[in-house]
Write a new protein. Structure first.
Length: 366
C-alpha cells in the first residue's frame, strides 16, 4: 500500500474516527484504525464492537492499493504534530507502515486487515430521512436524561420511536425523563421502537452538523447513518424500553409560569449550599413567588426568591437540584410552564412557546 495525502485531508477523519476507539482494549486490533486504499479513495475505520465509524478521504497521489491496521492514537498524534498544509507520504512494507513528511519519518507497527472486526451486513427493515440540524437538536435536548451504567441496561440509551408522520426520542434514568418529537415525511405503516446505546447517541451527535438531510437506516440489530463522508453504524440495545406514557403526569392542576433564566440562576445559586451527596433543595410555592431553600450537614443555608406567575394553593416539594438545572439549561424558550399536582407526584416541564419537547422530574424526600 502506498499513497500521498495532505495533512488536512487525513487529520479530520482520523480525529472523528478515533473518537469511537476506547483507550483500554481487550483485543489489540481494536486500538487500531483500518486503512483501505482503493484508487484515490482512502477509507478509515474505527470500532469498539458496539459503534463503527467509517470515513473516506481523497488522496493526492495514489500508488499501490491495499489495506492494513495501524495504532489510531499514534497515527493521530503524528498527524497533529506535523506542520499545516504539508503532504504526507504513506507506504507499507514488511508489516511496517512508514509515514514521511518533509524531513520527518515515522515507522509504525501494524496488524493484518483480516484481523479487524467488521459489522455484519443485514437486510434493512426501514429507513427515514431527517434534517441534520433538527436531529442534532432533539438528540442534544434529551441525551442528558440517559442513564449511565444502570443495571437496567435498556435505560443506558435512547428510545427512537417511529410512527407515521413523526420520530420521537425519549431518554430516562428512572428519576427524570426527556422527550422530544420531530415531524418527518415518509409513511411507516406501524409504530416501531429501537434503543440506541448511549455511546452511539454521543458519537452520532458529533457527526451531525449543518449539512443536508441524513438517512437513518434501521436493521434488525443495527442503526446506520450516512453523513457526508462518514458512515456511522451502531448496535441497537436488545431489550424493551419502559412505557414512557405512564410516567408523564397528567391533570396537574397547579400551573407555574416563570422566566427560564431567572429560575435557572436561582437554582444554581441555591445549589452551592445543597448537600453535596444528595443535591436536594426545597421549593416552596406561594402566590406569584417560588422560594428555593437549600442546606447541608455543615448547617449552612441558602434561600432564593424568584417571581413567577402562580395563583394556586401553597405547595412545598423537594428536588435533586442537578436534575432541575439540566432541564432549564436545555429548554429553548424564554419562559417555561411547570405543571404540578401534589408534593409526592412528578412535575411536568414544558416550553411556554409550545415546543415539541417535554420533561418530567420526580420529587425527592428530604
Amino acid at each position: 500500500m502506498q499513497f500521498v495525502i495532505t495533512r488536512e485531508s487525513l487529520l479530520r477523519p482520523l480525529q472523528i474516527v478515533s473518537g469511537v476507539i476506547e483507550r483500554r482494549q481487550t483485543l489489540p486490533v481494536l486500538s487500531n484504525v483500518l486503512l483501505v486504499l482503493d484508487g484515490t479513495s482512502l477509507s478509515i475505520t474505527g470500532t469498539d464492537l458496539e459503534v463503527e465509524l467509517i470515513a473516506t478521504a481523497e488522496v493526492s497521489k495514489s500508488g499501490i492499493p491495499g489495506s492494513v491496521t495501524v495504532p489510531a492514537r499514534k497515527l493521530l498524534d503524528i498527524c497533529k504534530s506535523l506542520p499545516d498544509d504539508t503532504l504526507i507520504e504513506v507506504s507499507l512494507s514488511d508489516s511496517k507502515l512508514t509515514v514521511k513528511c518533509g524531513r520527518s519519518r515515522f515507522i509504525l507497527a501494524t496488524l493484518p486487515a483480516t484481523d479487524f472486526p467488521s459489522v455484519e451486513e443485514e437486510p434493512n427493515t426501514f429507513a427515514i430521512c431527517v434534517d441534520q440540524i433538527r436531529l442534532k437538536s432533539i438528540l442534544e435536548g434529551t441525551s442528558f436524561a440517559m442513564a449511565q451504567q444502570d443495571v437496567r441496561y435498556f435505560l443506558n440509551g435512547m428510545l427512537f420511536e417511529l410512527s407515521p408522520g413523526y420520530l420521537r426520542v425519549v431518554a430516562t434514568d428512572g428519576h427524570r425523563l426527556a422527550l422530544e418529537t420531530l415531524a418527518i415525511e415518509g409513511a411507516l405503516e406501524e409504530k416501531k421502537q429501537v434503543i440506541l446505546p448511549r455511546k452511539g447517541v454521543m458519537e452520532l451527535v458529533k457527526l451531525l452538523g449543518e449539512g443536508e438531510s441524513v438517512d437513518l437506516t434501521f436493521g434488525r440489530s443495527h442503526l446506520r447513518a450516512k453523513v457526508s463522508d462518514f458512515t456511522f453504524t451502531s448496535k441497537l440495545v436488545d431489550g424493551s424500553f419502559p412505557d414512557y406514557n405512564r410516567v408523564i403526569p397528567k391533570g396537574g392542576d397547579k400551573i407555574v409560569v416563570g422566566d427560564v433564566n431567572n429560575l435557572k440562576q436561582g437554582f444554581l445559586r441555591a445549589s452551592i449550599l445543597s448537600n453535596e451527596k444528595y443535591r436536594g433543595v426545597r421549593m416552596v410555592l406561594t402566590k406569584d413567588e417560588v422560594r428555593i431553600l437549600a442546606n447541608n450537614p455543615e448547617q449552612e443555608e441558602a434561600e432564593e426568591c424568584v417571581t413567577v406567575d402562580y395563583d394556586g394553593d401553597p405547595l412545598e416539594m423537594a428536588f435533586n437540584v442537578g436534575y432541575v438545572i439540566d432541564v432549564l439549561s436545555t429548554v429553548r424558550s424564554e419562559q417555561v410552564r411547570v405543571s404540578l399536582s401534589d408534593a409526592s407526584s412528578s412535575v411536568l416541564i414544558e416550553e411556554v412557546a409550545g415546543g415539541d419537547a417535554l420533561y418530567v422530574v420526580m420529587p425527592m424526600r428530604l
